[in-house]
Design a binder for this molecule. Sequence first.
Ligand code: ADP
Length: 483
Amino acid sequence: MNILLASSEVFPFSKTGGLADMVGALARALANEGHEARVVTPLYRGIREKFPAMRKVDWYFDLPLGLKNVQAELWELDVVSGLKIYFIDQPGYFDRAGIYGDKHTSYADNAERYIFFSKCVVHLARYLAWRPEVVHVHDWQVGLVPSLMLQQKMAGWGNPPATCLTIHNLAYQGVFPEEAFALTNLPESIYHTEGAEFFGLLNCLKAGIAYADFITTVSPRYAREITTEEYGCGLDGMLRRRHKDLAGILNGVDYAEWNTTKNPHLPKPYSIGRMAGKKFNKSELQKFFGLPVDESAPLFGTISRLAEQKGVDIQLGALSEMLNTKMQFVLLGSGSPEYERGYRDLARHFPGKVAVRVGYDEKLSHRIEAACDFFLMPSRFEPCGLNQMYSLRYGTIPIVRATGGLDDSVIDWTQNPRLATGIKFSEYTSRSLAKAIRKALVLFSQPKLLQACRHNAMKADFSWERTVHEYLGVYKECKARQK
Ligand code: ADP
């Protein structure tokens, strides 16, 4: 099958979160299965220098954007057989220090940047000599693609591909003032309450939900949750109306990247039969962070965007209570200044027990995963979550709130001690999380039980080889349901 994937970030070219990992890995998995996958993404600053094998394509975009026309060039990179990446080169929009904004503010012209990007995606889908059967778009940045394709169909595009929208996080919808709709050059008939309009504003994700042939999200439980008022972020009614065209597929993990045996980021490799390396990695990380090097101190870690979604408030509360025990805690994260301050204050209150690194650091994230005994992920909501699955493979027991993909990927120690891979709690409170941490301390004090749980975790298989077939099934559905 020929599939064109469109995303505003793709690992290893650009990344702010799980979206990039997912699109990069899914495209590769499709190619490995013998399909032809092509990905289209913006050419952000620095990518060309990092990937010098990239070639300029003899292609020129000159597309209407409201009352003006905007031009762009196209670059391509062949990654492996069956996988090509297209980069949209529009320096005015994409040659900037950040992807979506500067440290704490979004770029003021994000509507314009991603409406233009969406138009480039549609233009490629229509005019490339290579014909995609399905265009698979990801998140709000390309949410307008299905309606732009319908518009082209009405304007004489004979046999356009089917469309699939994947929602990676319903909390980000790309909502802009009504004036931004004019940049789409779409007919007014798209701008209504069952289409792109949301309480008088343009909502790019809503347009995707309305016009895509099929919708997926990144875990079965989150697919159910988003049809409820509690998790629906205002779009639950719309999603309920489309529930027959909605499926949840748990993201896979790219084990070529995330493994403990052949990993250039780790001081020592380890595996189920050879766990000495994990102990060594723990002492190296304790040294690195200036914590007492102590094998008997249970080491907890978190790697996260510091956003409300991630449960920072209950984590700070629970840690303040639990850090009087023998536990140590390390954090790698960045985001809201208020939360960054919260963790720094925690480190000041518990010297020698807490280490905080504010920033984004791929290498350190592998080292933390490999060194810790437990990984804390108390999200308020979590569409899929990747870190808990990385933790499983690294033998680092995840402690998660039972929501979205966290619930789908972890087996709880209390509910199923024999098959357990982690510890779950339900109530969104510091008390409930503190109780889960107390359970972890009990588990840590019983080496045999801890070892059994670690083994279960390390054997859990969330590889893309399994998941890719579910997407292929969805692509068939897309074609069958094409509008
Ligand atoms: P989300 O996409 O909501 O941020 P996920 O768990 O799905 O959450 O994916 C997060 C990804 O981003 C993981 O690969 C994680 O390791 C990475 N990540 C998040 N924060 C950092 C950071 N500060 N440094 C390095 N990697 C990070």
